[in-house]
Design a protein around this ligand. Structure first.
Ligand code: BES
Ligand code: ZN
Length: 405
């Protein structure tokens, strides 16, 4: 079924000259990129490129379980589909704009010298409760509906840019007149059209210590539309509700809080990779990162699954306490087995990141990356995503501390 849909494009591609013969102008439009992926996927990658009449990608380096390939930007979508369909999400890939960056990524970064050791304490129940009590399912649902209403949020599409602008306006609308410590900004990416978007609340007493809550806003699909209602309008909707109540209840954190909608996750964590690198390169002390990616499909009996790989064990323990003690929900552990979402970009730069997921990975939403990733297919309400809004609010209240009214 997929192949049929791809055929017209493939026929076109197979009649284009070999990469080396392309003119400089077309090379610029479709630049070379480097991807790293699991060595066990190499044969399938070769075979899938051959099957659509493409030259096999150049395999540049094998380092243990990771392999580095040189590909064209236009080939990323096919690679993402292969990884999802053939490996059943059991193999992701990371994308790099230079060969050196890709090579460097194969050696994990040491812990940041600038990063303070943070003490995890649970003593801000009043603030957490104030924020949680103002949250509603209808508000969470409205953000899912808004984002899933775009035909696609693919990182190079016009609608993918329009969706970010709509989200930015929604966030801007939450800031009361006269509040000068809260702002919204776009983070533009040089290599593609879709920006990331960042809502910042400046810390009152520790403004140089930063707490990040984020999720990806792009979508991808093997079908004709990419609603991405669960992957990942849901995660964005969960923390959009945190932003709304933070403004409504006049929340004043001691540490700076940044809420980030990342561009271009579905094509190799590209947006978050640039943002995490920017924070590291600018010596910013990010004390904790919470990732929300897929929060609305209740596939397990527990409320949340804590992903234990590519995350920080100490912060995961803190998160479990928050889920049980503050938010009052149940949890279990799960693993992706690869760098499955933006938390891995922060982990790779030496920051402490965690990701509470909607279900154990094996029991998650099977409709993702298809035209059927709709709100209806996540149960038709945002009840499950609302729990993650409450978990994220408690995380912010306990890690960034501060008061709400
Ligand atoms: N939301 C998924 C990741 C995910 C899927 C997490 C299932 C937990 C359970 C994410 O948007 C995604 O699709 N990631 C890619 C890898 C990425 C590096 C391109 C994947 O899983 O194939
Ligand atoms: Zn995805």
């Amino acid at each position: 079924m997929r192949l049929k849909r791809l055929l017209p494009a493939l026929m076109l591609l197979s009649t284009t000259p070999a990469l080396a013969e392309k003119s400089p102008a077309s090379l610029k439009k479709d630049p070379e990129l480097w991807v790293t992926l699991g060595t066990d996927t190499v044969e399938s990658v070769r075979e899938s490129f051959r099957s659509v009449g493409w030259e096999e990608p150049t395999q540049e380096l094998v380092k243990g379980e990771a392999t580095m390939f040189r590909v064209r930007e236009s080939q990323l979508e096919k690679l993402a589909t292969l990884m999802h369909e053939k490996f059943n999400r059991c193999a992701g890939f990371m994308t790099y704009e230079t060969r050196d960056e890709a090579i460097a990524s194969l050696t994990p970064a040491p812990a940041l010298a600038t990063q303070n050791l943070v003490t995890y304490t649970l003593d801000n129940a009043a603030t957490a409760t104030a924020l949680m009590s103002s949250m509603t399912e209808a508000n969470v649902r409205s953000t899912i509906t808004l984002l899933a209403g775009y035909t696609t949020r693919y990182y190079t599409s016009t609608t993918g840019v329009n969706a970010v602008n709509a989200l930015r306006s929604k966030w801007q609308g939450f800031i009361p007149a006269g509040r000068t410590d809260a702002s919204v900004a776009l983070f533009t990416h040089a290599a593609w059209a879709q920006p990331s978007v960042i809502f910042t609340i400046r810390g009152s007493t520790l403004p140089d210590e930063v707490v990040v809550v984020g999720g990806h806003l792009d979508s991808i699909s093997s079908g004709s539309t990419a609603p991405g209602a669960d992957d990942n309008a849901s995660g964005i909707a969960s923390f959009t509700e945190v932003i709304r109540v933070a403004m409504l209840r006049n929340y004043r954190p001691q540490r700076t809080v940044k809420f980030i909608g990342y561009a271009a996750e579905e094509v190799g964590l590209r947006g978050s990779k640039e943002i995490a690198a920017w924070h590291k390169n600018n010596g910013i002390n990010v004390v904790g990162v919470l990732q929300l990616d897929m929060t609305n499909y209740k596939g397990s009996s527990v409320d949340a699954a804590i992903i234990t790989d590519y995350t920080n064990a100490a912060q995961n323990t803190f998160l479990r306490n928050i889920i049980t003690t503050r938010a009052g929900y149940t949890h279990t552990n799960s693993t992706c087995g690869y760098a499955c979402s933006d938390h891995a970009s922060w982990t790779n730069q030496g920051f402490a990141a965690s990701i509470p997921h909607e279900a154990t990975v094996s029991a998650g939403n099977r409709y993702i990356h298809t035209s059927s990733d709709t709100l209806t297919n996540s149960g038709g309400t945002a009840n499950h995503a609302l729990k993650f809004a409450r978990i994220a609010a408690s995380y912010v209240a306990e890690l960034a501390k501060g008061t709400a009214q």
